[in-house]
Design a protein around this ligand. Structure first.
Ligand code: BDP
Length: 658
């Protein structure tokens, strides 16, 4: 990106949008409308892990051809949820290979009889490789967890007299290979004095548990046979008017009419248009502002799209409503601008992780986390280290929480991971991320990777290609990756718009020496800024802390140590905050599950029931550092608010702390 060129981006946007995508079709979030129905398939599914030696018995015996119970015992498995921590069988917790899910569904008669109806099966995510059969017919395959995929199954359900019962079988493989994202390796241990024949372990190069399964919702939905396939919106501002550029793709027929209306939050029509692309002008626009930056945050318009079409079976119409936040994002040499005003990220890194559900989507957890974010005064988070559920992104739009949207490019630690097959897959994953999340005003930057071995020449080329591809997919947002390399050696930094740095002073280095943090942090910032002249975000810092451990003067692992480490970082950050450091994201919002070892610098059992760098526990209870951070974030919020006024915590129930 030519930095500081928000205007140029906005002008290019409508021209470039859509031409780079190699994917087939859009991935609009399923919604009910006068023309669309949804049927959620969450709940209990039948489940079996294939424990056979080669993990291929399910394919050899074709388990998908008959109800799963006919080929052997099954257990109940909740969806959405990771399968790992649900049962008492330790083998399942550490299972690597194919697992099988199955569920029967009764379809409404209209879905099977009305040939102007299109029935779609959509899987929110399946980690990591999935094959789907409908009534035993191979229907869909998808590589990569954390992103949705779907198939039109109309021709399987609209086949003569009332086949209203549908059997959906999904086989999922959680094996990570050098070309998956994240990558992993299988290591066979062949010393027969220590390991039984065929013994293997899966090595991963990232620090979270490789939870797997159907971790997000599965559903069926309908559209008419001619339908709104995708909508792409970019926004800009001209004086006090908002401009909404839209592009709509329609599938199923060329004989159609499109009408588009933009409604404000009171449901008043403020602009309208026709056709597959255009620009809507909103005089006296209410901008989408991040929460805490403005007294009226997160203003959302609704883009109502109405399609009418002629088909051989008669007329059809389709309706889809897209929330639209009008805002601009730009980057200068030393600032991150939202709506032309400097924005400072004071937030967190998260994980989708809690309790026995693992990474399974859960509404109570989602709402609790957002309440905690607001209690904390956090205005942003990074989706470390993979795209989160779509419902999370919708909440960010509605609450005004800013997102750095990261793809699962984590653990790119070995030279062999920077190969052409991985590069191609990584670019495809970015296409899927952008396709899914491009219309969220909350998303202000894409992150293509976390801590790749960016000192390698091969990584430099690889990152350059992924970043360039992402920019071609979406010229309206800056792109970054998160580095922990040395500033002089980093081969990817020249291509990013914002430098994101992870550092763990007095945690992974100079253990216990809190007094070194300020000096080391200042050196870090100065070196990077001098070389690259780009704004910097401290994208990770933190300390492992076991809730309830206390020691003063502070020692590592205690709540006091975490607090003191944060205080030292904050002093360092404050030195550069008004210059070119544009954000700080604590590692981590909450404790999370990991393997029982940490891969780097040496594989060692340094994890005690997971990573404990949360400022909240895994059960979302605060450690002392949470109160410290809360005070800081509210202070920064009140200093950086536009136009200047004092914000109060929006949590009504926390009067004790305000
Ligand atoms: C960073 C990684 C993050 C880890 C963290 C840690 O980006 O995924 O969990 O270190 O070690 O390097 O706590």
């Amino acid at each position: 990106m030519a930095r500081g060129s928000a205007v140029a981006w906005a002008a290019l946007g409508p021209l470039l949008w859509g031409c780079a995508l190699g994917l087939q079709g859009g991935m609009l979030y399923p919604q009910e409308s006068p023309s669309r129905e949804c049927k959620e398939l969450d709940g209990l599914w039948s489940f079996r892990a294939d424990f056979s030696d080669n993990r291929r018995r399910g394919f050899e015996e074709q388990w998908y051809r008959r109800p799963l119970w006919e080929s052997g015992p099954t257990v109940d498995m909740p969806v959405p949820s990771s399968f790992n921590d649900i049962s008492q069988d330790w083998r399942l917790r550490h299972f690597v290979g194919w697992v099988w899910y199955e569920r029967e569904v009764i379809l409404p008669e209209r879905w099977t009889q009305d040939l102007r109806t299109r029935v779609v099966l959509r899987i929110g995510s399946a980690h990591s490789y999935a094959i789907v059969w409908v009534n035993g017919v191979d229907t869909l395959e998808h590589e990569g967890g954390y992103l949705p995929f779907e198939a039109d199954i109309s021709n399987l359900v609209q086949v003569g007299p009332l086949p209203s019962r549908l059997r959906i079988t999904i086989a999922i493989n959680n094996t990570l290979t050098p070309t998956t994202l994240p990558p992993g390796t299988i290591q066979y241990l062949t010393d027969t004095s220590k390991y039984p024949k065929g013994y293997f372990v899966q090595n991963t190069y990232f620090d979270f548990f490789n939870y797997a399964g159907l971790q997000r919702s599965v559903l069926l939905y309908t559209t008419p046979t001619t339908y709104i396939d995708d909508i792409t919106v970019t926004t800009s501002v001209e004086q006090d008017s908002g401009l909404v550029n839209y592009q709509i793709s329609v599938k199923g027929s060329n004989l159609f009419k499109l009408e588009v209306r933009l409604l404000d939050a009171e449901n008043k029509v403020v602009a309208n248009g026709t056709g597959t692309q255009g620009q809507l002008k909103v005089p006296g626009v209410s901008l989408w502002w991040p929460y805490l930056m403005h007294e009226r945050p997160a203003y959302l318009y609704s883009l109502e799209v109405q399609l009418t079409a002629q088909t051989s079976l008669g007329p059809v119409s389709d309706f889809y409503t897209l929330p639209v936040g009008i805002r601009t994002v730009a980057v200068t040499k030393s600032q991150f601008l939202i709506n032309g005003k400097p924005f400072y990220f004071h937030g967190v890194n998260k994980h989708e992780d809690a309790d026995i559900r693992g990474k399974g989507f859960d509404w109570p957890l989602l709402v609790k986390d957002f309440n905690l974010l607001r209690w904390l005064g956090a205005n942003a988070f990074r989706t470390s280290h993979y795209p989160y559920a779509e419902e999370v992104m919708q909440m960010c739009d509605r609450y005004g929480i800013v997102v750095i949207d990261e793809c699962p490019g984590v653990g790119l630690a070995l030279p062999q991971f920077f190969n052409n097959v991985s590069l191609h897959h990584h670019m495809q994953v970015m296409e899927e991320v952008v396709r899914r999340d491009k219309n969220h005003p909350a998303v202000v930057m894409w992150s293509v990777a976390n801590e790749p071995a960016s000192h390698l020449e091969s990584a430099g080329y690889y990152l350059k290609m992924v970043i360039a591809h992402t920019k071609s997919l979406d010229p309206s947002r800056p792109v970054t990756f998160v580095s922990n390399s040395n500033y002089a050696a980093d081969k990817g930094a020249p291509y990013v718009d914002v430098i994101c740095l992870n550092s763990y002073y007095s945690w992974y280095h100079d253990y216990g020496h809190l007094e070194l943090i300020q000096l080391q942090l200042a050196t870090q910032f100065e070196n990077w800024y001098k070389k690259y002249q780009k704004p910097i975000i401290q994208s990770e810092y933190g300390a492992e802390t076991i809730a309830g451990f206390h020691q003063d003067p502070p020692l590592m692992f205690t709540e006091e140590y975490q607090k003191s480490l944060l205080e030292q970082y904050h002093l360092g950050l404050d030195q550069k905050r008004r210059k070119y450091v544009v954000g700080e994201l604590i590692w981590n919002f909450a404790d999370f599950m990991t393997e029982q070892w940490k891969d780097r610098p040496l594989k060692a059992p340094t994890r005690v029931l997971g990573n404990k760098k949360g400022i909240f526990t895994r059960q979302r209870q605060p450690k002392s550092a949470a109160f410290l951070l809360r005070e800081r974030y509210w202070k920064i919020a009140n200093e950086t608010r536009y136009p200047h006024s004092v914000a109060k915590s929006q949590c009504l129930e926390n009067s004790l702390f305000t």
